[in-house]
Design a protein around this ligand. Structure first.
Ligand SMILES: [Zn+2]
Length: 114
């Protein structure tokens, strides 16, 4: 379950940022998680709730926004987004030479501190 190590690095980054700015408490951490980033949001939330105990992020909530899979098709010059996490062909022309250009990200967007 690699979500534990991901949760740990998110927590480490948040704590470091919080201390640098001399704040005492982390209220929430907002993330953008791509649908094909390989991260299971439920597992990440579960892991975070365990590792945050006895840290300055003890009361913190992890807010996860899922980013859809996006691609570009050079055949019909179409940028597209799909709801499913699997693209087999361009939804416009059915071409298979598309490039995936979104949905793999795992970014910290905002850290709310006191
Ligand atoms: Zn196409």
């Amino acid at each position: 379950m690699h979500e534990v190590s991901i949760a740990q690095s998110i927590l480490d980054i948040a704590i470091t940022e919080c201390r640098k700015a001399e704040y005492k408490r982390i209220n929430s951490i907002s993330l953008r998680i791509g649908k094909v980033s390989g991260v299971k949001v439920q597992s990440l939330l579960f892991a975070f709730d365990i590792i945050k105990i006895d840290t300055i992020a003890q009361g913190a909530t992890l807010i996860c926004e899922e980013v859809p899979v996006a691609g570009y098709c050079p055949q019909c010059h179409n940028n597209f987004e799909v709801a499913s996490d699997l693209i087999l062909a361009c939804p416009e022309c059915g071409g298979t030479r598309f490039k995936i250009n979104g949905g793999r990200e795992l970014d910290i967007v905002e850290i709310d501190v006191d």
